[in-house]
Ligand binder design. Structure first.
Ligand SMILES: *Cc1c(COP(=O)(O)O)cnc(C)c1O
Length: 425
């Protein structure tokens, strides 16, 4: 065991500050970061890896983009926290509202978790109802009511997916299968009158990568309207990932509330929720739903986010990113065919998810039944070949605008060597 791992494990539970970093899915020693630039992350023990994890999504411009770094430096010289409103926060909210018109009013918070947690409380306060409907495999951060999975017994009733979540709270959530309108109809028939919100990742990017079937999101819109629940799109990953706006700009379905995070902070801690003005105005002090945060709208996070969004708006990388990803995935798939390894690599825009399976991936169960041992072996071999994928088959891979063609060529070579080295059949 490395010295760092030993020190980390003595002083931090599991040696980490966020669970997936411990590499428990894939085994082997976790990496420790020293620095990063562009598409590369350098480890403490001196390896330089092509990074496809990219901090799980925020770094669409790559690590340490010069504009973002400069914005952070300048902001920090003006003061690191005021806990009063700044002009930059207003400018950030205006920029987001203009890009995502359903977000008529916006509140900035500190993380995606906080955005989703607050959106749920807001929906409950607005509707005066308690229950929420979520989808298995969709992740919305780690607040109690969202850390639930489909229960094994009574269909629809959720069970806590973590210790420490009271049954009484888990029972307030019903869990449907993504892309399964029958589940939704049945649960709304049972619970519709008590339902405060339906929350969904419009593209599911925490179960590998699963696109919504045609009409599924619009169906959720209709069902929400019928029963009077708020429709919440969790666009923490998808926001500003495919276009200068949300996935809602592409699919055309308008949610009542949207949650953002990741990209809008450009690598610094941030989250945002926004939506219909009459709903958002239920938030304190305009309304009765409490929300607060010492560091909410933090000037350095806002500067980093504004610099990122400004660059994305003035120099949109989206077409290039999509082309790079499509070419990469095509080459990776070809290699897999040549070496006789069963891999499916769903991809959308600059997201892709290599899954060891011979089936197409349309449902959470398709991801759950992929070959996770093979994923783990490939993950470790990829590291040896200079490539860092997210350390779990449920996490998605990210391209950034710093992943130039020559870097992607190197990645394909590393992938090629990896597949040839796989021992598990
Ligand atoms: C990452 C993520 C969150 C949680 O955001 P944090 O900033 O990690 O709290 C919520 N929803 C989705 C879809 C995410 O991918």
């Amino acid at each position: 065991m490395s010295d760092l791992k030993k020190r980390a494990e003595e002083v931090m539970p599991g040696g980490v500050n966020s669970s997936v970093r411990a590499f428990h899915y894939v085994g082997g020693d976790p990496i420790f970061a020293k620095s990063a630039n562009g598409a590369y992350i350098e480890t403490f023990d001196g390896r330089r890896l092509i990074d496809f994890c990219m901090s799980f999504g925020p770094l669409i411009l790559g690590h340490a983009h010069p504009d973002v770094v400069e914005a952070i430096q300048r902001a920090s010289e003006r003061g690191t926290s005021f806990a009063v409103t700044t002009e930059a926060e207003i400018a950030m909210a205006e920029l987001i509202r203009d890009a995502v018109p359903s977000m008529e009013r916006i509140r900035l918070v500190n993380s995606g978790t906080e955005a989703c947690m607050t959106a749920i409380r807001l929906a409950r306060g607005y509707t005066g109802r308690n229950k929420i409907l979520k989808f298995s495999g969709c992740y919305h951060g780690h607040s109690d009511g969202l850390l639930v999975k489909a229960g094994s017994g009574v269909a629809g009733i959720a069970a806590a997916s973590s210790a420490g979540v009271p049954d009484k709270i888990a029972e307030q959530t019903v869990v449907a299968r993504f892309n399964n309108p029958e589940d939704v109809s049945r649960m709304i028939a049972d619970e519709g009158a008590d339902l405060a919100a339906i929350i969904v990742e419009p593209i599911a990017a925490n179960m590998g990568l699963v696109e919504p079937n045609d009409g599924f999101l619009e169906f959720l819109r209709q069902k929400s309207d019928e029963c009077g629940a708020c429709l919440i799109f969790d666009e923490v990953i998808t926001g500003f990932r495919f276009t200068f706006g949300g996935y809602q700009n592409i699919c055309g379905t308008r949610p009542d509330i949207t949650c953002l995070g990741k990209i809008i902070g450009g690598g610094l801690p941030i989250g945002a929720l926004g939506g219909r003005a009459d709903i958002m105005d239920c938030l304190a002090p305009a309304g009765p739903v409490y929300q607060a945060g010492t560091l909410s709208g933090n000037p350095i996070s806002v500067a980093s986010g504004l610099a990122t969004l400004t660059e994305l708006k003035s120099n949109p990388p989206y077409e290039r990113l999509e082309k790079g990803t499509t070419d990469l995935v095509r080459a990776m798939t070809q290699t897999a065919e040549d070496t006789g390894v069963d891999v499916r690599i769903p991809h959308i825009g600059s997201l892709f998810a290599p899954l060891f399976t011979d089936r197409s991936v349309k449902y959470f169960e398709d991801v759950e039944t992929t070959d996770q041992n093979k994923f783990s072996e490939a993950f470790r071999l990829l590291l040896d070949n200079g490539i860092y994928f997210p350390p779990s088959p449920f996490e998605v891979c990210f391209l950034s605008s710093a992943h130039h063609d020559s870097i992607l060529d190197d990645a394909v070579e590393g992938w090629n060597r990896t597949l040839k080295g796989l021992t598990l059949s």
